[in-house]
Design a protein around this ligand. Structure first.
Ligand code: FMN
Length: 322
């Protein structure tokens, strides 16, 4: 596989993406460098020297040798590039500041289903020839509409595609308006019969947080700046179904609400970790409630912003039933 290009990375602002040919938008063939890693690479390339760069995932390493640059990546992935080719492109790239480009979420052809929109791609012009085309031909041959619109900070797809869990939180206080938004988001989630069969415990008390760490298999990050415990409340679900179904509904209600909160947190620049490994009885007794907890959402500013984790190919995820 041949190294192809270097371009701005959306997920690591001020960093870059190194892309290998035949990429097919599959991030198996992309290496994302953060700002510091890119700077190290530029330095080594400027000096024409060899060197080693450890990437922030603490597993991947780049070895720069005079002939070949090797990328030993996590999950036993390996990529290489001719050092002269890489050097040429990296040094060119470093000359000018780069803006991260638009993220385009496509349907299921791509993996991950995010690609950098080639916004400077030539657009169809309405020359004589195209005017002569039939309307149908014009529709069939038209490309995506060029848009000048920046994806907004709150663009839902941007939030989906950039969210990444964190287990190391910064000490910065999360402001009250942020917590309000996160809780309001939970309240917008759909619920079975709109009975809202869940309840959220917003834990401010330090001792209670510490007790929850223990109830969550001693996962220390449960002691986060913002801790929300999502509980099932099946008695709220006034539907004429068996208790098992009502339990199931309330579990789904609580889960969905937590997911909405998690996305809301990402949307306002926070990060979170979802905790499912909990001792339900201990959590109930700590909170003094009979309601079964379904998850704990721990939220705060991440110590380090990381790119999202990769997923399996969409075609493996989806089975089309025709
Ligand atoms: C149902 C569920 C239970 C989880 N339980 C835990 C947990 O107890 N502890 C933890 O550290 N992470 C937990 N996670 C977080 C996942 O490990 C994490 O979401 C996953 O590795 C994907 O990473 P991402 O969120 O950055 O995409 C849980 C996530 C889910 C959805």
């Amino acid at each position: 596989m041949k190294f192809s290009k270097i371009q701005p990375s959306y997920t690591s602002k001020d960093g870059c993406r190194l892309v290998w040919k035949g990429i097919d938008e599959d991030d198996q063939h992309v290496v994302i460098l953060n700002k510091a890693e890119l700077e190290q690479l530029v330095e080594i390339m400027k000096e024409n020297s060899s060197g080693k760069i450890d990437l922030e995932d603490q597993v991947s390493t780049i070895f720069i040798n005079s002939d070949v640059t090797q990328f030993n990546l996590k999950n036993n992935r390996y990529l290489e590039a001719k050092t002269t080719e890489l050097q040429k492109q990296v040094l060119e790239y470093a000359k000018i500041p780069h803006q991260p480009q638009y993220v385009f979420i496509s349907t299921k052809e791509f993996y991950p289903s995010i690609t950098i929109r080639k916004d400077d791609a030539p657009q169809e012009t309405s020359d004589k020839k195209s005017k002569q085309q039939s309307l149908l031909q014009a529709i069939l041959s038209s490309g995506p509409q060029k848009t000048k619109k920046e994806p907004s900070e709150s663009d839902l797809f941007r939030i989906f595609s950039t969210r990444r869990s964190t287990r190391r939180f910064d000490k910065t206080k999360v402001e009250d308006w942020m917590v309000d938004k996160i809780l309001a988001a939970a309240d917008t989630a759909p619920t079975a019969g709109n009975f809202q069969g869940f309840k959220v415990f917003y834990i401010k008390n330090k001792k209670t947080k510490e007790a929850l760490v223990e109830a969550a298999n001693n996962q220390p990050y449960v002691n986060a700046p913002v801790v929300l415990v999502f509980c099932m409340d099946p008695l709220r679900v006034k539907m004429d179904f068996s208790p098992e179904i009502l339990d199931k509904f309330s579990l789904q209600d609580a889960t969905l609400a937590a997911a909405y909160s998690q996305l809301a947190a990402s949307g306002i620049g926070l990060s979170s970790i979802w905790i499912g490994m909990i001792d339900e009885e201990k959590v109930k007794s700590i909170l003094g409630t009979d309601l079964r907890p379904s998850s704990i959402l721990c939220i705060g500013y991440p110590e380090k912003r990381k790119p999202p984790k990769s997923r399996r190919k969409l075609k493996e995820l989806i089975q089309v039933v025709e």
